[in-house]
Design a protein around this ligand. Structure first.
Ligand code: BJW
Length: 238
């Protein structure tokens, strides 16, 4: 096996064919909603009802969504890498649970999870699959301050120490279905390059930072990711 310490970074493009929508494409979520209103702590303070409506709708659509061949290929790759004694971490910017549903286990949700809530008053977190309302009370402190446990602009993404530690030692970094517009995720490729890793971009089209990758394959995730992962699994099996 060529690579023993692999990091995969996924974005909205990997879940696009499962119907979850992307953010910055021409029909993306930010063409219909103002990110300042629904994806910042200030927006939540201004109008929590609007933010709840936005995330309630996405949580409902997630109930209908199923993993596509790209999610399944990445789960198969994790199995093959682990069987060969290697290490693989899948860092996802997505708040859906389609990687888990496909069977990925070594997974970090750096922008949080739709099916998790956090109390803005006492900080407790817990699983949540229902709609949230402005008067929904926290089960621990009783405050009406529950919010989706997702990372908004200006907030610190989750797991950064663990991610940078792995990036500093990886030998393969693969960015999948992300526009490369949002930091710190868009900067991960530089950390991986500094560590001497081979860097690959798999996306519908070249992203904002495509030039930073040593290799790029372009097309629908369901095809490109499946083909790329199958190639690597074949090499691992040899
Ligand atoms: C397909 C496909 C198919 C389509 N097959 N592909 C100025 C300069 C630099 C940085 C900053 C700045 N001012 C502020 C910042 C920081 C800010 C930032 O990056 N802003 C930029 C917009 C400029 N970042 C933050 O605030 C972050 N926190 C932070 O930086 O903390 C400080 C810190 C310092 C040092 C270290 C660490 C931290 C927090 C960012 C939080 C982002 N939150 C969101 C919402 C989460 C909840 C939710 O889902 O509602 O996360 S915004 C949204 O964007 C969401 C996504 O995870 C994220 C990335 O989007 P993604 O996944 O790339 O989607 P798209 O739509 O952009 O791209 C999809 C791609 O798929 C496209 O390329 C398509 O072509 C492709 N595609 N169909 C394959 N079928």
């Amino acid at each position: 096996m060529d690579y023993r310490r692999i990091i995969l970074l996924t974005g909205a493009g990997v879940s696009a064919e499962s119907g979850m929508g992307t953010f910055r494409d021409k029909d993306g979520i930010w063409t219909r909603h103002s990110l300042e209103d629904v994806a910042t702590p200030e927006g939540f303070t201004r109008n929590p009802r609007l933010v709840h409506d936005f995330y309630n709708a996405r949580r409902r659509s997630l109930r209908e969504a199923a993993p596509n061949p790209a999610h399944r290929a990445l789960a198969r790759l994790e199995g093959a890498v682990k069987k060969a004694g290697g290490d693989l971490l899948l860092v996802t910017q997505n708040v859906d649970d389609l990687h888990e549903k496909a069977g990925s286990r070594s997974l970090l949700h750096m922008h949080g999870e739709l099916k998790q809530v956090m109390c803005a008053s006492c900080g407790i977190k817990g699983a949540w699959d229902e709609d949230l309302f402005t008067d929904t009370e926290c089960w621990r402190c009783g405050a009406s301050a529950l919010r989706p446990d997702v990372v908004w602009f200006g907030e610190m993404p989750y797991g950064m120490d663990a991610i940078y530690q792995k990036l500093g030692a990886c030998d393969l970094f693969v960015s999948i279905g992300t526009s490369g517009e949002v930091y710190p995720a868009a900067g991960f490729v530089n950390e991986a390059r500094r560590a001497g890793a081979h860097t690959v971009e798999l996306n519908l089209e070249p992203s904002a930072n495509a030039w930073e990758f040593s290799e790029g394959r372009y097309g629908l995730a369901s095809q490109v990711v499946d083909e790329w992962a199958s190639d690597l699994i074949r090499k691992i099996a040899v």
